[in-house]
Design a protein around this ligand. Sequence first.
Ligand code: G3H
Ligand code: 13P
Ligand code: ZN
Length: 332
Amino acid sequence: MVSYKDLGLVNTREMFAKAIEGGYAVPAFNFNNMEQLQAIIKAAAEEKSPVILQVSKGARNYANATLLRYMAQGAVAYAKELGWENPQICLHLDHGDSFELCKSCIDNGFSSVMIDGSHLPYEENVALTKQVVDYAHQFDVTVEGELGVLAGVEDEVSSDHHTYTDPEEVIDFATRTGCDSLAISIGTSHGAYKFTPDQCTRDPKTGKLVPPPLAFEVLDGVMEKLPGFPIVLHGSSSVPQEYVDTINKFGGKLPDAIGIPEEELRKAAKSAVCKINIDSDSRLAMTAAVREIFATKPGEFDPRKYLGPAREEMERLYKHKIENVLGSNGKA
Ligand code: G3H
Ligand code: 13P
Ligand code: ZN
């Protein structure tokens, strides 16, 4: 058993309590490799922002579970080296799909896990989430559950429509499972294609697609039923058009990629939404930087010469999110 406390990590309990109180959200950035991790830590340390290092099942397999534990421990040491005296860093499993996976993460240094039973019948979701909570809380590890289904690809399960979270279910779910936070569905979705063009309108001035608004009434309903309970938004990338344009200009093909407008995320961050998940935007930043270098410097073959600029671009992106979207700068 490796305790996250010995790695210098923290769980989400205090992070979320402060975020709700302060009207901001903690960034949960997914990572798969060293450059993403370096960029996240550098941005968080310089911004003094609490941060959640988020790892999917696929990312854990990609990186290797043992190496990952040391990477997280190294991240804390790196943050201190950068002058962040008391780093508030959480290592979180994203979209855990079984008790065994959650247990393995808890036993190997994770300070928080998500058990995603959102595709299961309600009673099965409750039972599975409770099983994970009962195990996790013995070690002071926090647990995120999910109610409602996001459109798009979620946890290797694809759904072509949303099932918004039913505010009537949240009290029962939170009480019976004992989960520490709850991911809800209000119209966000995973990936770089959050809306089809026919779900959008077109701005007559720019000709750009304008996505439909998020279902803030569902969020309001949840907050009314569970005042002060930490809410999580998945699928919260904004799909910056400058990255999409760069990718398409230099040989990529991402037609009609579209995300969640930043104003909507800013509004959510001021509410009980205290964790906002961002993965696709970092993937786009990295891909745009690498594609541009491959196209403009075809003789370059030193990975540091293309992954280095990609890392800088991701750091810029993370700082922008922290300062201008989540408002978590200066909070740790
Ligand atoms: O919610 C999904 C995250 O973006 C992780 O994606 O399973 O491809 O690592 P992944
Ligand atoms: P995006 O695909 O919008 O970045 O969402 C990531 C996410 O929710 C990870 O769990
Ligand atoms: Zn997600």
